[in-house]
Design a protein around this ligand. Structure first.
Ligand code: FES
Length: 95
């Protein structure tokens, strides 16, 4: 229904308050890429933390899941370093 209303307004040259929200040229990808890039840079430059064996981002202890979580690409490791979720394909080296 909304598509029909938008198309009708476009053909008739009328403005529609929802046109920008449903425009095919809208993009949420670029802002999300910026956020992900900033988070990855921050985690790569954080010293003194456990490192993810995937690409080396800092790991954060998750007290609710009792796991080490990587904010860069989502790998997770158990309390003893065993890999729980990819993309890391090796266990965490516990020192
Ligand atoms: S650096 Fe940790 S999952 Fe990629």
């Amino acid at each position: 229904m909304l598509s029909a209303m938008l198309l009708c307004d476009m053909v008739c040259g009328r403005e529609n308050d929802f046109a920008a929200a449903f425009s095919p040229s809208r993009s949420i990808v670029r802002p999300q890429l910026f956020v992900n890039g900033a988070e990855a840079a921050k985690n790569l430059l954080t010293f003194g933390k456990k490192r993810c064996p995937h690409l080396g981002c800092a790991l954060n202890w998750n007290p609710h899941e009792h796991s080490w979580d990587c904010a860069c690409h989502g790998s997770r490791f158990g309390e003893n370093g065993e890999v729980l979720d990819n993309p890391a394909n090796g266990d965490l080296k516990m020192k």
